[in-house]
Design a protein around this ligand. Structure first.
Ligand code: ZN
Length: 240
């Protein structure tokens, strides 16, 4: 559909988008948006504990496992996914990757963008992914940047909730009700078999943010929510 609205999600590692934005992804997919995930790394070194515990594991096999898990999770959430295999600990974006991301921005013209927090002392790849996203978003706006497609407008950027927000100077400025798609998010989390220890953690977090959403004026029916921080100012004609 030419007039289909789109959302762009940039995930440092194979599972980040599931824990941190799986509800938002499933929600917008259920509303008919085209949701596209760019996954910069498989998280083969830093975030694949379960896979490395299996005997005879190799880096290529870990990447394969994580790729399969992420592909399955994206499908469950109703999204497309593209992998860049930019390494892990550290992620290093080549010029080719930067150019490809500019093209993604220009082709998709997303309504909004989701990515990581600016800081994360527990995983330097997360801020790296955030910076690459912010850079390529700006490049995609520049008429003079040599890439095909129409220059990008100014889609808002929302930063995912990091694992320990207080350590990342991140605040929950937006609480998104994801109750209608919670079962879908939970199924996607369960497809991340290399990180089973996080299923319960992110279920508890979803509930807690849901309770806070009601406390902040949301409808009583909210059971689960995801939190985001805005990067750019909100433009509005109403203070609400
Ligand atoms: Zn990660």
């Amino acid at each position: 559909m030419a007039d289909q609205k789109t959302v762009l999600v940039v995930s440092a590692h194979a599972a980040d988008f599931v824990w941190r934005a799986g509800g938002a992804i499933a929600l917008y997919a259920s509303r008919g948006y085209r949701v596209r995930i760019l996954c910069l790394s498989y998280g083969e070194r830093g975030e694949s504990q379960g896979a490395w515990k299996q005997p005879g594991m190799t880096i290529e096999r870990v990447k394969e496992i994580r790729r399969e898990e992420s592909t399955r999770a994206a499908k469950l959430l109703g999204a497309e996914i593209r992998f860049f295999d930019s390494g892990d600990y550290p992620i290093v974006a080549t010029q080719e990757t930067v150019d490809a991301m500019v093209v993604e921005f220009r082709e998709l013209q997303p309504e909004f963008v989701l990515t990581h927090s600016l800081l994360d002392p527990y995983n330097p790849d997360h801020p790296t992914a955030c910076n690459i996203t912010l850079q390529t978003r700006v490049y995609a706006q520049a008429l003079g940047y040599p890439a095909p497609g129409k220059p990008l407008n100014a889609p808002p950027v929302f930063l995912f909730e990091p694992h320990q927000p207080e350590q990342c100077e991140w605040k929950p400025q937006v609480l998104l009700d994801v109750t209608p798609v919670w079962d879908t998010k939970h199924k996607a989390m369960e497809s991340m078999e290399a990180q089973t220890h996080l299923w319960e953690y992110y279920t508890d977090l979803g509930k807690r943010r849901g309770t806070q959403a009601v406390r902040n004026g949301g409808p009583k029916g909210i059971k689960y929510a995801e939190a985001f921080q805005r990067y750019y100012p909100q433009v509005t004609t109403e203070l609400s």
